[in-house]
Design a binder for this molecule. Structure first.
Ligand SMILES: Nc1ncnc2c1ncn2[C@@H]1O[C@H](COP(=O)(O)OP(=O)(O)OP(=O)(O)O)[C@@H](O)[C@H]1O
Ligand SMILES: [Mg+2]
Length: 275
């Protein structure tokens, strides 16, 4: 596999620095009933500011991969480097790396008794930012994710898409250099999902964050990714890495372009071949 810096320098563009490196990463879960090799031998280099989609069937280890990157589950083998520093020392995570991390899960997981503003500001409060700084940042973020005017609302008063945007704003509050998203739009209707895809692209471009985005939706994976990593199950391994050479910003209409169709078809065939 060609590393990002090699890929870029081959095109004459300035070399991109490496943000994340996975070297021979594996994860085995042991319970009383079973041993599951969830992931095996995952090698992947992700450039700073790159947007990587991860796709694969249910149970192929996508969430496990993201949880290891998020410092929630330790790898059983291999190494994960963030800007060249080891993320894990055995089962202990390097917490200095955690401070620049934003995570969005499939469920928004908001605090129902907190307003939108307080939900967004929670990581800032935990890190000790003062009230004025928090208010300023919440106003910026509410604007960024299209929730201006809803700062005082409570989660129950929002639609699913709006709640997910609150979760995104909360993840962005600390200005993460690394954003990890696990099927964040799985429960949304097709139109809201398209809108959220555009929003995530816009946010990624505006903040320059490196993004790892897990999905089982082929169109979404190609639309958002600079590359799509295809995982196969039992054990989860990288089957293929598909570069998406489509210019940004991409609009929804790009999905009807022939080059987009070719990539979607290739990925769909590869996923079907697993059977
Ligand atoms: N905490 C755990 N204990 C035991 N086994 C686990 C645990 N977490 C995940 N697994 C197993 O690891 C494998 C990968 O699970 P994972 O949740 O990473 O898959 P996934 O690709 O995210 O699936 P989905 O698309 O359904 O979300 C599965 O076989 C699952 O049963
Ligand atoms: Mg999952």
């Amino acid at each position: 596999m060609t590393s990002v810096s090699e890929r870029e320098s081959a095109t004459g563009a300035p070399p991109v620095t490496t943000k994340l490196e996975l070297k021979g990463v594996g994860k085995e879960f042991r319970t009383k009933r079973a041993h599951t090799q969830a992931l095996s031998d995952v090698d992947l280099t992700i450039g700073d500011g790159e947007f990587v989609s991860v796709i694969g069937r249910s149970g192929c280890g996508k969430t496990t991969l993201l949880r290891m990157l998020a410092g929630l589950v330790s790898p059983s083998s291999g190494e994960i480097l963030v800007e060249g520093r080891s993320l894990w020392h055995g089962s202990t995570v390097d917490s200095s790396v955690m401070s620049e991390l934003g995570v969005v899960f499939q469920e928004a997981n908001l605090f129902p008794w907190y307003s939108v503003a307080d939900n967004i500001a929670l990581p800032l409060k935990l890190r000790g930012d003062g009230r004025a700084a928090r208010q300023e940042r919440v106003a910026e973020l509410a604007d960024l994710v299209g929730l201006k005017g809803f700062e005082k609302a409570y989660p129950r008063e929002l639609s699913g898409g709006m709640r997910q945007r609150v979760a995104i704003a909360r993840a962005l509050s600390i200005g993460p250099k690394l954003l990890l998203m696990d099927e964040p739009f799985g429960a949304l209707d097709a139109l809201t999902r398209e809108r959220m895809n555009l929003e995530v692209q816009r946010i990624a471009l505006a903040t320059g964050a490196t993004v790892v985005f897990v999905t089982h939706d082929i169109t979404e994976a190609v639309f958002l990714g600079d590359r799509v990593v295809h995982l196969t199950p039992r054990p989860g391994r990288i089957q293929q890495i598909l570069p998406v050479g489509i210019e940004r910003p991409r609009d929804i209409d790009v999905q009807t372009e022939p080059e987009f169709g070719v990539l979607v078809r290739e990925l769909r065939h590869a996923l079907h071949e697993e059977e």
